[in-house]
Design a protein around this ligand. Structure first.
Ligand code: ATP
Length: 221
Protein backbone atom coordinates (compact mmCIF):
# COMPACT_ATOMS: atom_id res chain seq x y z
CA UNK A 1 0.00 0.00 0.00
CA UNK A 2 1.57 3.31 -1.03
CA UNK A 3 -0.74 5.76 0.79
CA UNK A 4 -0.45 6.34 4.53
CA UNK A 5 -3.67 5.71 6.49
CA UNK A 6 -6.16 8.47 7.22
CA UNK A 7 -7.63 8.55 10.74
CA UNK A 8 -11.32 9.22 11.37
CA UNK A 9 -12.41 10.59 14.76
CA UNK A 10 -16.17 10.96 14.92
CA UNK A 11 -18.01 12.68 17.72
CA UNK A 12 -20.44 15.30 18.80
CA UNK A 13 -17.72 17.91 19.44
CA UNK A 14 -20.11 19.98 21.56
CA UNK A 15 -17.58 21.68 21.77
CA UNK A 16 -14.22 20.41 20.41
CA UNK A 17 -11.57 20.42 23.19
CA UNK A 18 -7.92 19.62 23.86
CA UNK A 19 -8.75 15.98 24.74
CA UNK A 20 -9.99 15.45 21.15
CA UNK A 21 -7.15 17.43 19.59
CA UNK A 22 -4.38 15.77 21.60
CA UNK A 23 -5.86 12.30 20.94
CA UNK A 24 -5.92 13.03 17.19
CA UNK A 25 -2.28 14.22 17.28
CA UNK A 26 -1.17 11.17 19.28
CA UNK A 27 -2.85 8.92 16.72
CA UNK A 28 -1.39 10.75 13.71
CA UNK A 29 2.12 10.38 15.17
CA UNK A 30 1.95 6.92 16.77
CA UNK A 31 0.31 5.28 13.74
CA UNK A 32 2.17 7.39 11.18
CA UNK A 33 -1.05 8.55 9.54
CA UNK A 34 -1.30 11.02 6.67
CA UNK A 35 -3.77 13.03 8.73
CA UNK A 36 -6.71 12.58 11.12
CA UNK A 37 -10.19 13.89 10.23
CA UNK A 38 -12.50 15.18 12.94
CA UNK A 39 -16.02 14.32 11.80
CA UNK A 40 -18.84 16.05 13.69
CA UNK A 41 -22.17 14.23 13.53
CA UNK A 42 -25.36 16.07 12.66
CA UNK A 43 -27.86 13.91 14.53
CA UNK A 44 -26.10 11.47 16.88
CA UNK A 45 -28.16 8.24 16.77
CA UNK A 46 -27.16 7.17 20.32
CA UNK A 47 -27.60 10.34 22.42
CA UNK A 48 -29.59 13.56 22.74
CA UNK A 49 -29.32 16.53 20.39
CA UNK A 50 -26.17 18.66 20.82
CA UNK A 51 -26.52 22.12 22.39
CA UNK A 52 -24.48 23.99 19.76
CA UNK A 53 -25.64 24.05 16.14
CA UNK A 54 -23.94 21.94 13.46
CA UNK A 55 -22.50 25.13 11.95
CA UNK A 56 -21.00 26.24 15.28
CA UNK A 57 -19.49 22.83 16.04
CA UNK A 58 -17.90 22.64 12.57
CA UNK A 59 -16.61 26.21 12.78
CA UNK A 60 -14.89 25.54 16.13
CA UNK A 61 -13.17 22.43 14.74
CA UNK A 62 -12.04 24.43 11.68
CA UNK A 63 -10.60 27.12 13.96
CA UNK A 64 -8.96 24.55 16.27
CA UNK A 65 -7.13 22.66 13.49
CA UNK A 66 -6.29 25.62 11.24
CA UNK A 67 -2.57 25.64 12.09
CA UNK A 68 -2.01 21.86 12.18
CA UNK A 69 -1.83 20.16 8.76
CA UNK A 70 -2.19 16.66 10.27
CA UNK A 71 -5.65 17.49 11.65
CA UNK A 72 -8.65 18.31 9.44
CA UNK A 73 -12.37 18.97 9.62
CA UNK A 74 -14.55 16.62 7.56
CA UNK A 75 -18.12 17.98 7.56
CA UNK A 76 -19.78 15.39 5.30
CA UNK A 77 -22.19 14.19 8.01
CA UNK A 78 -23.50 17.75 8.37
CA UNK A 79 -24.16 17.96 4.64
CA UNK A 80 -26.41 14.93 4.30
CA UNK A 81 -29.95 14.30 5.56
CA UNK A 82 -30.97 11.60 7.99
CA UNK A 83 -29.15 10.08 10.96
CA UNK A 84 -25.34 10.11 10.98
CA UNK A 85 -24.54 6.43 10.50
CA UNK A 86 -20.80 5.77 10.67
CA UNK A 87 -21.06 2.93 8.15
CA UNK A 88 -22.37 5.41 5.51
CA UNK A 89 -19.68 7.98 6.35
CA UNK A 90 -16.91 5.42 5.93
CA UNK A 91 -18.38 4.08 2.68
CA UNK A 92 -18.46 7.64 1.33
CA UNK A 93 -14.81 8.22 2.37
CA UNK A 94 -13.83 4.90 0.79
CA UNK A 95 -15.27 6.17 -2.53
CA UNK A 96 -13.24 9.39 -2.22
CA UNK A 97 -10.04 7.56 -1.21
CA UNK A 98 -10.14 4.13 -2.89
CA UNK A 99 -6.46 3.32 -2.17
CA UNK A 100 -6.07 4.77 1.33
CA UNK A 101 -6.37 2.70 4.50
CA UNK A 102 -8.96 4.28 6.81
CA UNK A 103 -8.69 4.00 10.60
CA UNK A 104 -11.82 4.65 12.64
CA UNK A 105 -10.71 5.80 16.09
CA UNK A 106 -13.04 4.92 18.98
CA UNK A 107 -12.90 4.55 22.74
CA UNK A 108 -13.27 1.12 24.34
CA UNK A 109 -16.57 2.23 25.90
CA UNK A 110 -17.96 2.91 22.42
CA UNK A 111 -16.50 -0.29 20.94
CA UNK A 112 -18.07 -2.31 23.77
CA UNK A 113 -21.53 -1.47 22.36
CA UNK A 114 -20.58 -1.44 18.68
CA UNK A 115 -22.95 -4.33 17.78
CA UNK A 116 -25.86 -1.95 18.54
CA UNK A 117 -24.78 0.29 15.65
CA UNK A 118 -26.52 0.29 12.28
CA UNK A 119 -24.89 -2.39 10.04
CA UNK A 120 -21.84 -2.44 12.33
CA UNK A 121 -20.09 -5.38 10.63
CA UNK A 122 -19.97 -3.46 7.34
CA UNK A 123 -17.65 -0.93 9.02
CA UNK A 124 -14.84 -3.46 8.51
CA UNK A 125 -15.49 -3.42 4.72
CA UNK A 126 -14.32 0.21 4.66
CA UNK A 127 -12.02 0.75 7.64
CA UNK A 128 -9.80 -0.60 10.38
CA UNK A 129 -10.73 0.24 13.95
CA UNK A 130 -8.22 1.80 16.33
CA UNK A 131 -9.45 1.00 19.80
CA UNK A 132 -8.49 3.57 22.41
CA UNK A 133 -7.98 1.93 25.75
CA UNK A 134 -8.54 4.44 28.53
CA UNK A 135 -7.39 3.17 31.94
CA UNK A 136 -10.20 5.18 33.55
CA UNK A 137 -12.81 3.29 31.54
CA UNK A 138 -13.63 -0.32 32.33
CA UNK A 139 -16.07 -1.33 29.62
CA UNK A 140 -17.16 -4.94 29.37
CA UNK A 141 -17.41 -5.85 25.71
CA UNK A 142 -20.65 -7.07 24.17
CA UNK A 143 -20.01 -10.77 23.18
CA UNK A 144 -20.10 -9.96 19.44
CA UNK A 145 -17.64 -7.09 19.94
CA UNK A 146 -15.40 -9.48 21.87
CA UNK A 147 -15.51 -12.00 19.00
CA UNK A 148 -14.73 -9.29 16.43
CA UNK A 149 -11.74 -8.21 18.52
CA UNK A 150 -10.45 -11.78 18.87
CA UNK A 151 -10.74 -12.35 15.10
CA UNK A 152 -9.41 -9.03 13.85
CA UNK A 153 -6.77 -7.87 16.42
CA UNK A 154 -3.30 -6.99 15.12
CA UNK A 155 -0.24 -6.01 17.20
CA UNK A 156 1.78 -4.38 14.44
CA UNK A 157 0.93 -0.85 13.21
CA UNK A 158 2.29 -1.85 9.80
CA UNK A 159 -0.82 -4.03 9.28
CA UNK A 160 -2.86 -0.81 9.16
CA UNK A 161 -0.63 0.44 6.34
CA UNK A 162 -0.52 -2.82 4.37
CA UNK A 163 -4.29 -3.35 4.04
CA UNK A 164 -7.23 -1.00 3.47
CA UNK A 165 -9.60 -2.23 6.19
CA UNK A 166 -10.66 -5.05 8.49
CA UNK A 167 -8.17 -5.00 11.42
CA UNK A 168 -8.49 -3.81 15.03
CA UNK A 169 -5.46 -2.18 16.65
CA UNK A 170 -5.49 -1.23 20.34
CA UNK A 171 -3.64 1.84 21.59
CA UNK A 172 -3.37 3.43 25.04
CA UNK A 173 -2.63 7.16 24.79
CA UNK A 174 -1.59 9.22 27.83
CA UNK A 175 -4.91 10.05 29.52
CA UNK A 176 -6.27 13.61 29.53
CA UNK A 177 -9.28 14.05 31.78
CA UNK A 178 -11.15 16.57 29.61
CA UNK A 179 -14.71 16.20 28.37
CA UNK A 180 -17.18 18.39 26.51
CA UNK A 181 -19.77 17.78 29.22
CA UNK A 182 -17.38 19.17 31.88
CA UNK A 183 -16.77 22.25 29.71
CA UNK A 184 -20.54 22.74 29.26
CA UNK A 185 -21.02 22.32 33.01
CA UNK A 186 -18.38 24.95 33.85
CA UNK A 187 -19.93 27.43 31.40
CA UNK A 188 -23.42 26.76 32.74
CA UNK A 189 -22.10 27.63 36.22
CA UNK A 190 -20.44 30.80 34.93
CA UNK A 191 -16.98 29.32 35.56
CA UNK A 192 -14.10 29.42 33.10
CA UNK A 193 -13.05 26.33 31.10
CA UNK A 194 -9.89 28.15 29.98
CA UNK A 195 -6.97 25.86 28.98
CA UNK A 196 -9.27 22.88 28.40
CA UNK A 197 -9.91 24.01 24.83
CA UNK A 198 -8.26 26.36 22.31
CA UNK A 199 -8.56 30.02 23.28
CA UNK A 200 -9.99 31.02 19.89
CA UNK A 201 -12.78 28.43 20.31
CA UNK A 202 -13.56 29.65 23.82
CA UNK A 203 -13.63 33.28 22.64
CA UNK A 204 -16.19 32.38 19.97
CA UNK A 205 -18.30 30.38 22.46
CA UNK A 206 -18.36 33.40 24.80
CA UNK A 207 -19.23 35.79 21.94
CA UNK A 208 -22.08 33.57 20.79
CA UNK A 209 -23.32 32.94 24.34
CA UNK A 210 -23.63 29.18 23.78
CA UNK A 211 -23.78 27.01 26.95
CA UNK A 212 -23.90 30.01 29.32
CA UNK A 213 -26.87 30.35 31.68
CA UNK A 214 -29.67 32.52 30.37
CA UNK A 215 -30.03 35.84 32.22
CA UNK A 216 -32.79 35.69 34.80
CA UNK A 217 -36.07 37.26 33.67
CA UNK A 218 -37.53 40.25 35.54
CA UNK A 219 -40.14 38.01 37.16
CA UNK A 220 -37.52 35.75 38.81
CA UNK A 221 -35.07 38.46 39.91
P1 ATP B 1 -19.38 14.54 26.10
O1 ATP B 1 -18.68 14.92 27.37
O2 ATP B 1 -20.41 15.53 25.64
O3 ATP B 1 -19.91 13.12 26.13
P2 ATP B 1 -16.80 14.12 24.78
O4 ATP B 1 -15.88 15.10 25.38
O5 ATP B 1 -16.65 12.68 25.23
O6 ATP B 1 -18.31 14.61 24.92
P3 ATP B 1 -17.28 13.40 22.01
O7 ATP B 1 -17.59 14.37 20.93
O8 ATP B 1 -18.37 12.51 22.47
O9 ATP B 1 -16.65 14.26 23.22
O10 ATP B 1 -16.00 12.55 21.69
C1 ATP B 1 -15.57 12.19 20.42
C2 ATP B 1 -14.49 11.13 20.59
O11 ATP B 1 -13.37 11.66 21.31
C3 ATP B 1 -14.95 9.89 21.35
O12 ATP B 1 -14.40 8.75 20.69
C4 ATP B 1 -14.35 10.06 22.73
O13 ATP B 1 -14.05 8.80 23.36
C5 ATP B 1 -13.05 10.80 22.41
N1 ATP B 1 -12.61 11.63 23.51
C6 ATP B 1 -13.27 12.66 24.07
N2 ATP B 1 -12.57 13.20 25.08
C7 ATP B 1 -11.41 12.50 25.16
C8 ATP B 1 -10.25 12.56 26.02
N3 ATP B 1 -10.15 13.46 26.98
N4 ATP B 1 -9.26 11.66 25.79
C9 ATP B 1 -9.35 10.74 24.81
N5 ATP B 1 -10.42 10.63 23.98
C10 ATP B 1 -11.43 11.49 24.15
Amino acid sequence: MSTAPVGVLGGTFDPVHNGHLRLAMEMATALNMAHVRLVPCARPPHRGAPTASPGQRAKWIRVAVSTEPRLRLDDRELLRDGPSYTVDTLASMRKDMPDTPLCLIMGRDVFAKLPQWHQWERIFDSAHIVLIDRPDIDATLDPEASTALAERAVDDVQALHDTLCGHIYTYTPPPLAISASYIRQLLAENQSPRYLLPMAVLDDIMDAGVYQPQPATAATQ
